[in-house]
Structures are given as C-alpha cells and as structure tokens.
Ligand binder design. Structure first.
Ligand code: ITT
Length: 213
C-alpha cells in the first residue's frame, strides 16, 4: 500500500535543484536519481532573480537560497551552500569559497590564490575540510529543513586531475592519495561532504514524500 502511495506521488512531486553551479547540479542529480521525484533545475528559469547570499554561515545561506527559489517557483526547493575550510588559513575561504579570487574569477584562479596563501603560511599545516549544507524549503511553509555534511582531507601541493569542479583538483580526502580531481565520480559520491549532507536529506525526503502530495 505504501509503495502504491509513493508511486502515485512519483507522478507529480517535483524537486527544484536550486543552484546555478553546474558541478553541483550534476552531483545532486546523480545522488537523487533513485528517489521518486521529478528533478528540475534553475536552467529552466533563466529569468529568475538571483538570491543574495547575505548570511555569514553555510546554514543561513543555504536556507536563504532554498526559501527564495521555492517562493519564486512554487516548487519544493533544495539548495546547497558549501565551501572549503583550510585550517592554516583560519578556515578561509569558507562561505566565501565561490568568491575567493573575486566575483568573476575562474576555478583555476581560486585554486592559485589558495595555493599562494597556503605557501605564505610556511606550508606545514595542510589540513582542510569541505562543508556542505543542504536546505529544503516548501512553498508556503515557513520551516526550512537543514542537513550538514563534511569531508576531511588535505590540500595537495599542486592541482591534479580534471574531474569534479571547484577546488577538487587540490583536495585529497582522508583515506586516499589522489585528489577529487583524480578520483572517480563514484568515489566522490560515496565520501564527499555533499554525499553526507544529502544522505540525511534523503531520509527526510523519503519520510515526507507521501505527505507532500
Ligand atoms: P550556488 O550558490 O548557485 O549554489 P555557488 O558556486 O555560488 O553556486 P556556493 O556559494 O555554495 O555556490 O559556493 C561553493 C563554492 O565552494 C563552489 O563555487 C566551489 O568553489 C566550492 N565547492 C563546493 N563544493 C565543492 C566540491 O564538491 N568540490 C570542489 N569545490 C567545491
């Protein structure tokens, strides 16, 4: 009976992946593909107003984005605020990871700045962690659900590999010697900050799906 309800829901529950970052969209689509949801993303709303990341924390910015895009589209919205915390840099770039080398900079320029800053500290401490906060907002419901995940590792001495996006070519997750740029997408889907946050969000989504019809 429960299966019947979920299948029926599958015909019309839509989830908006509320990010403009193509790398995140790719990973989130894959991590959600087996759930009974119709996945949409912001490429279908080219005119939508960008939600400003005015918060000082990942949680606040994820909630702002989920709320803003749910309200603008009328869909259940999943937003991801994430970034890299580097111990020797006082956890910078953190929430400013996307803007670390200026608003128009490329991933390569952000990586270059990171390696230069780290070298200036003497290169001794290279511990780092990726943080991901997923927020889920439903149109018309004030409460926003928040799920966090982290991935511990260190920063490599130079970029390696072409997989993933963002800082992946310089991030070596604990337990591996290769960077996320070199490791397969399957491995990243098992151990990443996004995978851990989404595992928690999936539990909530699965419980809620019948109620959202
Ligand atoms: P949206 O706000 O539209 O989602 P964004 O790229 O601006 O896109 P954030 O403000 O959350 O998103 O910035 C996160 C940045 O952190 C992202 O641009 C990358 O530079 C970095 N980042 C996050 N997750 C990453 C991952 O899995 N691999 C590599 N870099 C990552």
């Amino acid at each position: 009976m429960r299966d019947g309800v979920i299948n029926k829901v599958a015909e019309f529950i839509e989830l908006l992946i509320a990010t403009r970052n193509a790398g995140k969209v790719r990973e989130l689509r894959k991590l959600l593909e087996d759930l009974p949801l119709r996945l949409r993303d912001l490429s279908e709303w080219p005119e939508i107003a960008e939600v400003e990341e005015a918060g000082a924390t990942f949680e606040k910015n994820a909630a702002l984005k989920a709320r803003g895009y749910a309200d603008q589209t009328g869909l259940l919205a999943l937003a991801d605020d994430s970034g890299l915390e580097v111990a020797a840099l006082g956890n910078a770039p953190g929430v400013l990871s996307a803007r670390y080398a200026g608003p128009l900079a490329s991933d390569a320029e952000r990586i270059t700045r990171l390696l230069v800053e780290l070298e200036a500290t003497g290169n001794v401490e290279r511990r780092a962690r990726f943080v991901c906060v997923i927020a889920l907002a439903r149109p018309g419901i004030e409460q926003v659900e928040i799920f966090a995940g982290t991935c511990e590792g260190h920063i490599s001495s130079e970029p390696r590999g072409y997989g993933g996006f963002g800082y992946d070519p310089v991030f070596v997750p604990d337990g591996y010697t290769q960077t996320f740029g070199e490791l397969s997408p399957e491995i990243k889907r098992q151990v990443s900050h996004r995978a851990h946050a989404l595992a928690k969000a999936r539990g909530f989504l699965s419980e809620q799906l019948p109620d959202m019809a």
